[in-house]
Design a protein around this ligand. Structure first.
Ligand code: TRP
Length: 335
């Protein structure tokens, strides 16, 4: 508990182009709840190298992601926005936690199984222990809450198990974190296949709205979005395409599905798709403008990165030192 506030930790990977799903599902919620917590929002570049990356590209994307955190409305004076690789404690704690995590637990992780199947030529140990690094991220800051998507719930459960296991041996060292699952727009689906999550790695670019898409592109992608057979704007389970579009519309306008149904009563899909496109454009435009402004201001961003790296190092060092003592590592003798 810092300043009487609970601690919140979350992170995102800088791989692929960020999509509307990343924004509506994660970033926007972060901004909404950030005031209530002492927050740490990390660009988890150490996680990214579990899959082969082009170094220059990773560096560029990581900086763009960090810039986007700020453009989305996270004030870097109040929120610790930083690169995971700037804080050596993540790797150090991950090593220790590796020794408190079972092979069987990691073998059960569905994301590992998926990624191993997808990158069969590079099933490295880092891919396997990825969830332990994630546990280290969270436990290093004694986070009380962690906003995550459903796909990361299994990793969060593992984090809790590791924390409890460690605490049972050594006493109360770690705060056991809770998941924070956002409400509306938490899961934006592909515009081309509404059974799949909108993904930055989708092969079909028409399925995803990228955060840097210009208005024409956004409108075109919504015009082409897959809809259903009923030909009316109704929010029900049998109509996954329109369900997704209503979710997106509501997340962008703040309206409820009922209000949306009423607004488009008696009107066709064409009208509605146009309206969703416009709603999305009106969210993306200011975001893109802020992003462009920030990107021009190199000194400002460098200052933010420097200050927040220090801040994250400071908080993480406290936990790390405590853990090192508990497991029996000696201090460097003074003198
Ligand atoms: N694994 C998460 C993802 O791919 C990113 C992540 C890394 C994370 N460390 C974290 C999320 C800690 C929340 C908390 O989405």
């Amino acid at each position: 508990m810092l300043d009487g506030k609970k601690t919140l930790f979350s992170g995102m990977q800088a791989t692929g182009n960020l999509t509307l799903g990343n924004y509506l599902g994660a970033l926007k919620n972060w901004v909404t709840i950030s005031d209530e917590y002492q927050t740490f929002f990390s660009v988890v570049d150490m996680h990214s190298i579990t899959v082969r990356q082009d170094p220059a590209e990773l560096r560029k994307r990581a900086r763009a992601l960090l810039t986007l955190y700020i453009a989305a409305g996270l004030d870097p004076e109040k929120n610790c926005i930083y690169y995971q690789s700037h804080v050596s404690g993540h790797a150090e704690l991950a090593w220790i936690l590796n020794c408190f995590t079972y092979m069987g637990e990691l073998n059960r992780m569905t994301q590992f199984k998926d990624k191993a199947a997808k990158h069969a030529d590079n099933i490295n140990a880092g891919l396997f222990t990825y969830p332990v690094l994630m546990a280290a991220d969270i436990l290093l800051y004694q986070a009380d809450v962690v906003p995550v998507g459903i796909d990361q719930m299994q990793h969060l459960e593992l984090t809790r198990d590791i924390a409890i296991r460690f605490n049972n041996i050594y006493g109360d060292v770690f705060t056991v974190p809770e998941a924070y699952i956002g409400k509306s727009g938490a899961r934006v689906m592909s515009l081309q296949d509404p059974a799949k999550k909108m993904s930055k790695s989708d092969e079909n670019p028409n399925g995803s709205i990228y955060l840097m898409d210009d208005p024409d592109t956004v409108m075109r992608k919504f015009k082409r979005a897959v809809t259903d057979s009923e030909a009316c704007v109704r929010y029900c389970d049998g109509q996954p395409g329109i369900h997704n579009l209503i979710d997106i519309y509501c997340a962008c306008t703040g309206k409820t599905p009922q209000e949306t149904e009423a607004e488009f009563d008696g009107r066709g899909y064409g009208d509605f798709k146009g309206a969703v496109g416009e709603a999305v454009v009106s969210v993306l435009k200011p975001l893109q403008a802020r992003f462009a402004d920030l990107s021009k201001n190199k000194d400002y961003l460098d200052g933010v990165i420097r200050e927040n790296a220090r801040k994250a190092q400071y908080f993480s060092a406290k936990t790390l030192r405590k853990v090192q003592k508990k497991v029996g590592f000696p201090e460097i003798p003074r003198g």
